[in-house]
Design a protein around this ligand. Sequence first.
Ligand code: AMP
Ligand code: GLY
Length: 423
Amino acid sequence: MRVLVIGSGAREHALCVALQADPAVTALACAPGNAGTAAVAEPHPVDAADPVAVAALATAWSADLVVVGPEVPLVAGVADAVREAGVACFGPGAQAAQIEGSKAFAKHVMTAAGVPTAQAWPVGTEAELHTALDEVAALNAPGSPYVVKDDGLAAGKGVVVTPDRDAALAHGLAVLEGGHPVLVEEYLDGPEVSLFAVTDGTTVLPLLPAQDHKRRDDGDGGPNTGGMGAYAPLPWAPDGLVDEVLARVLQPTVDEMARRGEPFSGLLYAGLALTSRGVRVVEFNARFGDPETEVVLPLLRTPLAGLLHAAATGTLADHPPLEWADGAAVVVVVAAPGYPASPRTGSPITGADGEGVLHAGTRLAADGTVHSAGGRVLAVTAVGTDLADARRVAYERVAGVRLDGAHWRTDIGLAALEGRIGV
Ligand code: AMP
Ligand code: GLY
C-alpha cells in the first residue's frame, strides 16, 4: 500500500513512524512534511490546504491511501477532492469537518444526539455578550471562571478561561471585532481527557485515552497553547470510561452525522471533561490531536495503515479488535522562545535526530542542518514500562536537544504519577 500523509507537524511525524512500521506499507510520502518526516517518508512540496493540489499529488504519486493530518485542509475540502479523484482518504469531508470548524455546529449535533456538553450562549453583539456573561455567572458555581471562545478555527488558542469579568469581556469584544462569532460557555470542572476514535461513518473504534497539557507553564500556568505535552494511558481514569464515552458520546455523534447526511469518517477526537456532574464534551476535533497522537500511536500494536484504510473504505466492521502494548508513553514539547504569542523561528537545532525525537516545526537548511520553523519545534517521546519510566526517559531525551532559548514543561504526567488527579 502506498500511503501519502498530508501535513508537517509532530502528529504527521508520529503517523509516518507508525505507518512505516506496518508491513503492508510499500511506499510512504509526507507532504509538505518537515526535516523529521523527510527521514522516514518522501517529501513532496504541496500547499496542504489546496484540495486541487493535494488530489493532483495523490494521483501523480499513485497513492492507495491519503491520510490528512491537520484540520485546515479537512475544513477546506481536501478529503472530498482526494475521494473525487478516486483515491481512498482517511479524514472527513468539509461538511463533516465542521464538527471542529464550527463550535456552534458541534453544539447542534450534540444537542440532537443527546451528547452531554457545557451549556453555551452564541453571541453576535456586545449587548448579547454582556447578557451571556451575566447568565453564565448565575449558572456557574460562585467564583468559577468565565469561558469565552472564538467560534472559528483557533487551535485551542481562541479560548479564554478567566475569573476576571473584564478580561472575559475584552476577549469577547476582540473576537467580535475580528468578525467572528463568540461562544460563552458554562465552566466545566474536573480533569480533561482526549479520547480518539477511528470511524468509517458507522463503526467506531476508540483508541487509548490520553491527557494533554494545554497551558504553557508548569503547574498549568501561563497562556493556552496547542499542547505542551501528553501521556497515555491514564492511570487515574475510572473503570469503564472508554465504554461509557463510546456509548454516550462517540457512537451517538457518528450516528447523528450519518442521519444528517454528513457522515463523519476519519478520526473523531472527543475532548472531554470528567466533571463532578459526569462526563461532558468540551470540544470535538476532526483529526488526530497533537501532541496526544505522539503517545497513543507508539502504544498501538495493530498495524496502522490497515486500520486507517479500513476506515477510509467503510470496512471497519470487519476489522479485528485493536491491540495495545503494556506500559505508558510520554511526550514533551520543546517550544521556540516566545511561543505561543510570538515564537522566534529560524534557529539551528542539534540533537533533533535523537531516539524518540519527533519534529513539529522544523526545516532542513541548505547546508543540511535542522532549523526551527514553528512555535512547537520538537515533540520528544518515550515509551516506558510505566508512567514514571516513560517520563524519566523522555526527559533524558529532552536533555539531548539544543535550541537557543527553547522552553518546555518539566511536569508532563507528574500530577498523574503523584496521584493528584481524580474524578
Ligand atoms: P477548545 O478550543 O474548545 O478546545 O478549548 C481549549 C481549552 O480551554 C480546553 O482544553 C479547556 O482547557 C478550556 N476550556 C474550554 N471550554 C471549557 C469549559 N466550558 N470549561 C472549562 N474549561 C474549558
Ligand atoms: N492537543 C490539542 C489538539 O490537538 O487540539
